[in-house]
Design a protein around this ligand. Structure first.
Ligand SMILES: [Ca+2]
Ligand SMILES: [Ca+2]
Ligand SMILES: [Ca+2]
Ligand SMILES: [Ca+2]
Length: 507
């Protein structure tokens, strides 16, 4: 069930199969294609002239033929490209002197140290006498399974395996963008870097707001606390690990043979919005600005694994704005083991009952499907429960991505902060599935579907509306059954939120 990554061997090889004519090597720009060199060699022999069989002066191609015009495509730092060089070239240029690998090797690797665009790579390769072309690199893995997915008990409890074939049954190009409003994200993390949202209109590191959205150098998101273009975690405070963990639960890359699996581990992009900076607390101003940024820059889902006490009109208006612009919002219910609601108002979770298109999320233990010991609750105010711990009595959390460096790359923590991105990933799956079927679901529709398709668990009835517990199989089956593929060429429509009476029962 391996799906292509953004830079995957699968993509390159499929391009190869399509371009396999081989009669005119100049026209075939795919460097990974084994047909081209052979064809080229044949014509060279026939012409009786000694010629480098790889000498196709087409340069830089990075799968343009697969995805159309994409010279503005941004390539993240850490991206690995494969460069085809002249044999033993002793005129190293700007690109070739940065290559890794033995100089005798024709194909060498180039890892980008800073983000750049495809157009810039093309220009660099064009000027470099030693470079014949550049292709998308990728790593081929000996296994297609994420090695630590077996340690993610919540994936089994959510029945993700039977859900995924239904979710991805219909092909669909556009990724779902999930904004993580949190403490920042380890952008170079091996299991997150390929899933980062990229602001195509922004040129990195030039000190300019190229796309005119009001934020300078916001390539993967923004740091609202420090007012910088890098949303990476900063400082030395312990909470800085939080955002990376949350992001991995929602959207760490699935089936890449590395680490864990996010709930939406394919077809998702993570927009990193750091509202904490180096502070253990985030201001409402920064959070409200981040919500508006997500809405204005194409997010489909917002996750807020954060909370405080009391109301703020800034929160309310920012949340209403985002939902109106089509963003479904998820918020952690909080970890005080308290009943929340109008008398004990938890911000932003307590806005959820009043907003169709926003859900607050309580936490459950995977070990027994009970409410986690720490989780806030309310049978009228908290709209969904899902896993945020494996065993909250033993303080055993969920495994997800961690910041690395002198710390682990994967670790366990627990909280409603973990349950919320699990639900946000499920929201992303529902959006993807409905869009692929020709619909344009509103946030209210997504909230309704998540609630109606949830399993009602008796042990949760006192804690969550209707005891609703997320289950990905029942979610995907519900959409499959109730939203047939629309083949009309008309503009996609919002199918509308389902009626509560349609609610599925647990079995
Ligand atoms: Ca900008
Ligand atoms: Ca810029
Ligand atoms: Ca993975
Ligand atoms: Ca709601």
């Amino acid at each position: 069930m391996r799906r292509p990554l953004s830079f995957s061997l699968v993509v390159v090889l499929s391009a190869c199969a399509k371009g396999g004519g081989g009669e005119t090597p100049q026209a075939n720009h795919n460097l990974a294609c084994p047909v081209t060199p052979k064809a080229s060699m044949m014509s060279a022999i026939q012409a009786g002239e000694p010629q480098d069989p790889f000498a196709i002066r087409g340069k830089v191609l990075l799968n343009e033929d697969e995805a159309g015009i994409q010279s503005e495509r941004t390539l993240n730092a850490g991206t690995e490209l494969v460069v085809l060089t002249q044999p033993n070239c002793d005129l190293p240029g700007a690109l070739s002197k940065q290559l890794e690998g033995d100089q005798n090797q024709r194909f060498r690797s180039w890892t980008l140290k800073s983000p750049t665009t495809l157009a810039k790579v093309s220009k660099l390769a064009e000027k470099d006498e030693c470079v014949l072309g550049v292709a998308d690199g990728s790593t081929a893995y000996t296994t297609e399974v994420d090695p630590r997915a077996a340690q993610q008990a919540h994936l089994q409890r959510l029945e993700i395996e039977p859900a995924l074939p239904l979710v991805y049954a219909a092909p669909f190009e556009k990724d779902v963008t999930i904004a993580i409003i949190d403490t920042g994200i380890t952008l170079e993390h091996e299991d997150l870097k390929e899933a980062l949202w990229i602001n195509d209109g922004e040129i990195p590191g030039n000190g300019l707001d190229d796309d005119g959205n009001g934020y300078i150098d916001d390539v993967n998101g923004f740091n609202f606390a420090a007012n910088t273009g890098s949303p990476k975690h900063v400082g030395t405070w312990s909470g800085r690990q939080h955002g990376t963990h949350v992001a991995g639960l929602a959207a760490a890359v699935r089936d890449n043979g590395v680490g864990i699996s996010g709930i939406m581990g394919s077809g998702a992009k993570i927009m990193a919005l750091n509202v904490f900076g180096e502070n253990p607390g985030a201001s409402v101003k920064n959070i409200a600005n981040a919500i508006v940024y997500a809405a204005d820059n194409g997010a489909d889902v917002i996750n807020m694994s954060l909370g405080g006490r009391g109301r703020s009109a800034a929160y309310e208006s920012a949340l209403a704005y985002a939902i109106k612009k089509g963003v479904t919002v998820f918020a952690a219910a909080g970890n005080a083991s308290q009943k929340i609601g109008p008398e004990n108002f938890a911000s932003p979770a307590s806005y959820s009952p009043g907003l169709s298109g926003m859900l607050s999320v309580a936490s459950m233990d995977t070990v027994n499907m009970n409410l986690s010991r720490f989780s806030n609750y309310s049978s009228t105010e908290v709209e969904l429960a899902t896993y945020g711990s494996e065993d909250s009595v033993k303080r055993l959390g969920l495994l997800s991505t961690w910041i690395g460096g002198s710390f682990k790359l994967y670790d366990r923590i627990q909280g409603t902060s973990m349950a919320s991105p699990v639900a946000a990933g499920a929201g992303g799956l529902a959006i993807r599935m409905l869009r692929a079927r020709g619909y344009s679901p509103s946030p209210a529709t997504i909230e309704g579907i998540l609630q109606v398709s949830a399993q009602s668990l008796p042990q949760l009835l006192s804690y969550v509306v209707d005891g609703q517990s997320l289950n990905l199989r029942t979610l995907a089956e519900y959409i499959d059954k109730n939203y047939p593929v629309v083949t009309s060429s008309e503009k996609p429509i919002d199918p509308g939120a389902p009626q509560r009476t349609e609610k599925a029962c647990a079995n």
